[in-house]
Design a protein around this ligand. Structure first.
Ligand code: T46
Length: 145
């Protein structure tokens, strides 16, 4: 349960952009990327994906108390706006072989989705609404004011 104890301490510096192994086909049949047990710093217990997101729409707008996740732009691109209660960072995802690992206790908003983009999310737990902090003022209090 390390995620729960660390969530209020995690800063934006703990967000990590990882390389997902990419196997380019020697005969020109394109690329294959693979995520195995040791690729991510957590065990994957759920997978979901966002698609058909209008370019002016925003997803997320919350933090998680315990959940860790890895976001991948498997097609197209989008921005991930991160906040740890003090500092903000924007990461542009546009490569299927890059994964953004977001620890617990980080506010995130996804925006500027390109046409046809798909955001794959690999996450550490089953869906649990009680793990969400959906109000930014409550999030700042959770992070210690
Ligand atoms: C996150 C961002 C990037 C489920 O029933 N099961 C699920 O696994 C998920 C993720 C959602 N839902 C339901 C709950 C809501 O009724 O789907 C509806 C939309 O969920 P939400 O408003 O949380 O969607 P996003 O795109 O704003 O947030 C999601 C994830 O919830 C969140 O963890 O980090 O994508």
């Amino acid at each position: 349960m390390a995620g729960i104890t660390n969530a209020n301490l995690n800063s934006i510096d703990k967000v990590e952009l990882i390389n997902i192994p990419k196997i380019s086909d020697p005969e020109g049949r394109g690329n294959l990327s693979v995520i195995e047990n040791n690729t991510l710093p957590f065990e994957v217990r759920r997978v979901y994906y966002l698609y058909d997101v209008p370019s002016d729409a925003s997803r997320g707008g919350h933090a998680h108390i315990a959940l860790e996740q890895c976001l991948v732009a498997v097609s197209g691109s989008f921005d991930v706006v991160l906040h740890d209660g003090k500092n903000k960072k924007i990461i542009h995802l546009n490569k299927p072989n890059k994964g953004l690992v977001i620890p617990s206790g980080i506010w995130r908003e996804l925006e500027n989705f390109s046409s046809g983009s798909v955001c794959l999310a690999l996450v550490s737990a089953v869906y649990d609404e009680s793990d969400y902090i959906r109000n930014f003022e409550s999030f700042k209090l959770f992070k210690g004011g």
